[in-house]
Design a protein around this ligand. Structure first.
Ligand code: FRU
Length: 422
């Protein structure tokens, strides 16, 4: 990719000066993906049973911490806050996506969490999918980016921002206060990013979601990466061109962050994978580590990879992204529990990263134990489906970063989550 002004490390102070010049997307190629292989360095330990779910009433899955503008974990008067997609435990796990509501949880120590309330009063969309939350301390205001999604079976996705709320703190907890204003800040345009209508031809899932806010570490520009698809004209699930996941990029054009322009994707997985989910960055040693998640079932015909955290490293936003560990694989579920966790989120943690995720389906597909496949779960009686599903935070993992190599070094048994903040 081309190196824009960003590569020169210019700083324009206000953050509103256009410094990045978009370049070509890097490609996650079939050759990279054909190297995907679980090793000790890239495989998570099997999750032991017995962790108490953090909520009695709600399934919890994708989760993100409240962070400062510079990406560090925020603490408000000593409290850490996370937001999660949640849905009632009355629902079978497969029905939760269509009822997803964002709720917050708070903690003093970053691993035991108490349940707060809903994150929004009148959010956009029938339900809300993943996002990111930035706390501007001087404004005492949260910028909450999320996905406004329309009901099943359409699942049209647009990127939204809620502004105006903050947290009031006390000795026992925190409470969300203030009146929020919601704005749509991004929608698929059909040229850079495939629309729902275009994707219908392909007959597989489509994506325009999961906005992840970050401030450009050199230029100060306000940016968002998100999960999109490149319009390729693929026309069936058998057509490799139908597997066209990308990492989308958007840049704010006003200081209020209510107006944004779509920029071209900076990473594509054409003929490789349909979903590069929840893209997010960790900046380490001057390098840009871009992480995404993906599923076994969204790899193109002829390619195989586990449900896992994948990652790429570059020296700039539109630089050449090299897949970590040669293939992109960073944290795979173990072979004996291939769906035990999902939706990993890597956060800076000294020279390492801390990787949070949720407990997904336990013990499936371990044919040596005569267990069932993921496809069969939805046909089981509701109580059996619920028994197989974790629906809570999984033990976090510590992963070392060394240039373009990574290694899972530790499981944080006692808990669930976060770097300790400031
Ligand atoms: C990842 C994900 C996200 C989406 C959410 C929907 O687990 O697919 O991309 O926002 O789950 O439930």
């Amino acid at each position: 990719g081309a190196i824009g002004a960003a590569g020169l490390g210019l700083s324009f102070g206000t953050g509103s000066v256009a410094a990045v010049e978009p370049g070509d997307a890097s490609e996650w190629t079939a050759e990279h993906a054909s190297n995907i292989e679980r090793t000790d360095a890239t495989t998570a330990p099997v999750i032991d049973d017995g962790a108490e779910p953090i909520s009695d009433d709600y399934w919890i899955w994708d989760t993100w911490p409240l962070r400062h503008r510079d990406g560090s974990i925020a603490k408000i008067d000593g409290w850490q806050i996370v937001f999660s997609l949640t849905a009632s435990k009355d629902l079978v796990p497969g029905a939760r996506h269509n009822e997803a509501t964002i709720r917050y949880f708070y903690s003093r120590n970053g691993h035991s969490w108490q349940e707060g309330g809903t994150a929004f009063e009148n959010p956009l969309g029938h339900h809300q999918w993943a996002g990111s939350a930035m706390y501007d301390e001087s404004e005492d205001q949260i910028y909450h980016f999320y996905t406004a999604t329309s009901p099943e079976p359409e699942f049209r996705q647009r990127l939204a921002l809620a502004k105006g709320a903050s947290f009031e703190t006390g000795p026992r907890g925190v409470e969300l206060t203030g009146t929020q204003e919601h704005t749509i800040i991004g929608a698929a345009d059909g040229e850079l990013y495939q629309t729902l209508e275009q994707s219908r031809e392909q007959g597989i899932v489509y994506a325009f979601r999961d906005p992840w806010y970050f401030e450009h570490p050199e230029t100060g520009e306000d940016l968002v990466v998100f999960e999109g698809n490149t319009p390729t004209g693929g026309d069936s699930p058998d057509d490799p061109q139908s597997y066209n996941g990308n990492v989308g990029v958007m840049r704010a054009t006003n200081d209020e962050l209510t107006e944004w322009e779509l920029l071209p994707p900076n990473l594509e997985a054409i003929e490789v994978n349909q979903q590069l989910e929840r893209p997010h960055y960790v900046f380490n040693d001057g390098k840009w580590y871009l992480f995404v998640l993906s599923h076994e079932f969204t790899f193109a015909p002829g390619l195989q990879g586990p449900d896992a955290l994948y990652g790429f490293v570059s020296d700039s936003l539109y630089g050449d992204y090299e897949p970590l560990n040669g293939s992109g694989l960073v944290v795979a579920n173990p072979e004996s529990a291939p769906f035990q966790a999902y939706s990993w989120l890597a956060m800076p943690h000294g020279n390492d990263v801390l990787v949070e995720s949720f407990e997904n389906f336990r013990g499936l597909d371990d044919t040596s134990r005569g267990e069932i496949s993921l496809d069969e779960v939805g046909h089981l009686p509701p109580e059996e489906q619920k028994d197989l599903f974790g629906g809570t935070l999984a033990p976090s993992l510590k992963v070392q970063l060394q240039g373009s190599e990574t290694r899972v070094v530790n499981e944080l048994k006692d808990g669930h989550f976060l770097p300790s903040g400031n």
